[in-house]
Design a protein around this ligand. Sequence first.
Ligand code: PHE
Length: 339
Amino acid sequence: MQEKIKNLIHDVEGFIPSTEEQLEEFRLKYLSKKGILSDLFLEMKEASPEQKKDLGKILNELKNKAEEKYASFKESLEGSKLEVATDMDLTLPSSSYLGSRHPISIVRNEIVEIFSRIGFTVSEGPEIEDDWHNFSALNFPEEHPARDMQDTFFIQKDPDIALRTHTSSVQVRVMESSQPPIRTISPGRVFRNEAISARAHCIFHQVEGLCIDEDISFADLKQTLLYFAREMFGEDTKIRLRPSYFPFTEPSAEMDISCTLCGGKGCNICKYTGWTEIMGCGMVDPNVLKNCHINPLIYTGFAFGMGIERITMLKYQINDLRIYFENDIRFLRQFSGMI
Ligand code: PHE
């Protein structure tokens, strides 16, 4: 009997199942109630007391080995079944599409970068503003028709609180909290109560700029904007300033650049004029400086403001504003890889 058990131990040690069925056969053969081990334990009862001692020892060895074998393969075979069930191939390379930045963010970053190269810092402020920062400090008198230029969204019927209509409000905050020299740009979301169309939206993005110091002149404004236009749209870009009106600047101007598509020859994008408008600008009105506790007898400054959507349209020849907000993956994917 001893010999028989030793052979069985040998068999158990060499057993390697490759399927769950084989493992189950093993269990039935050795460990079940009608299996070999039960029979052998019964047989052992008939042996003499001395034999029992030795038999018991190797029989227990066989039992432990069979149980260990069963337990270890049960786990690994079940684990492999799980992997098959999830249908995962861990050797496959991962997806190479990482998403892309929104074109508005790409152009915003580019504008910030261009101005930061000539010493402009970035300042931000709240999207919900009070009348003072959005209008009054900027020389919009109460009830003045200039306020109608900016169709305002008011909040909770409170005429003092509104969604900012431009980021000039941030510049008021900067002037109130610091003294010149000031050179800063304020990128951000702005809101106007306009009907949505290919050319207008009720939410859009602006970058406004402000430079205040002693002896700042209109020539500084013009040179700064020429630098910007060339960096943004290419070396050959020309600029043109046309007189305009804003309550917070005097004199005020609109800036045009030579058409990005035809280079100034005339095409349907520039309506055959050779020019496209990109921003408003001017010398900061002395009243605005006074309102923000800056002495207009010592300091002068210039300001400008542009819509990022418009700059992006010109740069990437996009002809409908609404596409920026539709999240159409086919549109957005064209900008992948850009920062
Ligand atoms: N704040 C103006 C607007 O939103 C733009 C502007 C800024 C014009 C600075 C002149 C000077 O329309």
